[in-house]
Design a protein around this ligand. Structure first.
Ligand code: NAD
Ligand code: TDX
Length: 330
């Protein structure tokens, strides 16, 4: 089985490469990654049966031969950070929309199976406290340049299935946490701040809710969809992990033996989505998927330990990331 993993030097993609190599002894993995600020070759270094090709998914000449040689393409490559998309949307348009278009055209040409990785943010947000959760058929009402570019990419995939008959599935997952996540993101930023003795920064009130899933559970769901999902269908991936940012901060503070109010409120994110929540019943009913990490505190503890013991992986980026946030009053 030849697997092409785009964005495989990023957070979720790198974890996917690790678990694929471990679970499928016959798998040969090619990673196509542009190695933007978010890609780190160290995350997949030294793995057997893994080849890294440094290149851009928006470049047709790079993508075409790799797709031709693959049995399946799993597209993780994206610009992924909402805050960056508010400062400079263009890379999001180019990678998330044009890049997906290039992959789709290559898939159409060569008949390769595609699984496209997307986000629950395409559905906009929910009100805090309402019982409703996102459903696969909900309308797309994204809030940020990031989530709208991901929504656009999903719509392209759906159109290529319907009009050209390509074999593709889509998954929209909730917020991931775990090893190898870039320290610009909420949980690793907070953890590495505390390692450095900096108080965590909560945007606005901190009441916003995210539906947390461990990255390993995201990736077992992706494989279940590849094996058992129906072509052309969209699956929502989530593990019933709703928590407010404030509650997550308090849990991380407790990991460091700090007081629960030992954080600062900082400038809010413009257009900040209030709540995400996934109804995973379609995924569970059709594939039998079950998350391994059902207890967020246990998964969080492992993640904190990982950042404590892998300082060499994140340290080179810490100063620049915090300087960028400082400029925005965050
Ligand atoms: P990430 O930013 O950590 O990694 C993205 C990777 O893509 C990096 O290695 C980067 O170098 C690479 N990349 C960027 N532009 C590229 C290009 N033009 N060509 C080739 N490679 C390129 O992102 P992540 O958090 O691992 O997210 C992976 C995917 O999962 C994205 O599609 C994202 O939208 C989706 N997703 C993420 C989350 C989350 O919580 N992180 C949740 C749901 C969905
Ligand atoms: O320092 C911070 N303080 C803070 O309060 C940071 C970095 C974030 N936040 C808040 C903003 C969000 O409400 O924490 C929450 C999580 O923020 P992010 O880690 O930036 O994630 P989010 O915007 O929710 O998007 C994530 O999940 C969906 C991923 O980055 C996306 O790629 C994915 O699609």
């Amino acid at each position: 089985m030849r697997v092409l993993v785009t964005g495989g030097a990023g957070f979720i993609g790198a974890n996917f490469v690790h678990s694929t190599i471990a679970a499928y002894p016959e798998a040969e993995v090619t990673v196509l990654d542009k190695l933007t600020y978010a890609g780190n070759p160290a995350s997949i270094e030294g793995l057997e049966r893994v080849e890294l090709v440094v290149g851009d998914i928006a470049d047709a000449d790079t993508v075409d031969p790799l797709v031709k040689d693959a049995d399946i393409v799993v597209n993780f490559a994206a610009e992924s950070h909402n805050d960056n998309s508010l400062r400079d949307p263009y890379p999001f348009i180019r990678t998330n929309i044009e890049g997906t278009f290039r992959i789709l055209e290559a898939v159409r040409r060569h008949g390769t199976r595609l699984h496209h990785i997307s986000t629950d943010e395409v559905y906009g947000d929910l009100e805090i406290g309402e019982p409703r959760k996102f459903q696969p058929g909900d309308p797309y009402i994204p809030s940020s340049p990031y989530s709208s570019s991901k929504g656009a990419s999903d719509l392209l995939v759906r159109a290529w299935v319907r009009s050209f008959g390509i074999e593709a599935t889509i998954s929209n997952c909730s917020n991931n946490y775990g090893p190898y996540q870039h320290i610009e993101k909420f949980i690793p930023r907070t953890v590495t701040n505390l390692i450095d003795g900096i108080r965590p920064r909560l945007y606005g009130t901190g009441e916003q809710v995210r539906d947390w899933i461990h990255v390993l559970d995201h990736n077992t769901a992706v494989w279940d969809i590849i094996h058992k999902g129906r072509i052309g269908e969209t699956y929502l991936i989530g593990a019933d992990g709703e928590l407010s940012n404030l509650d997550v901060t308090k849990l991380i503070l407790a990991e460091f033996g700090r007081e629960p109010d030992d954080f600062d409120h900082v400038a809010d994110r413009p257009g900040h989505d209030q709540r995400y929540a996934i109804d995973n019943s379609k995924l569970v009913e059709e594939t039998g998927w079950e998350p391994h990490f059902k207890d967020f505190s246990a998964g969080l503890h492992d993640t904190v330990e990982w950042y404590k013991t892998h300082e060499e992986w994140w340290r080179p980026q810490k100063e620049a990331v915090e300087a960028k946030y400082a400029k925005q009053g965050q």
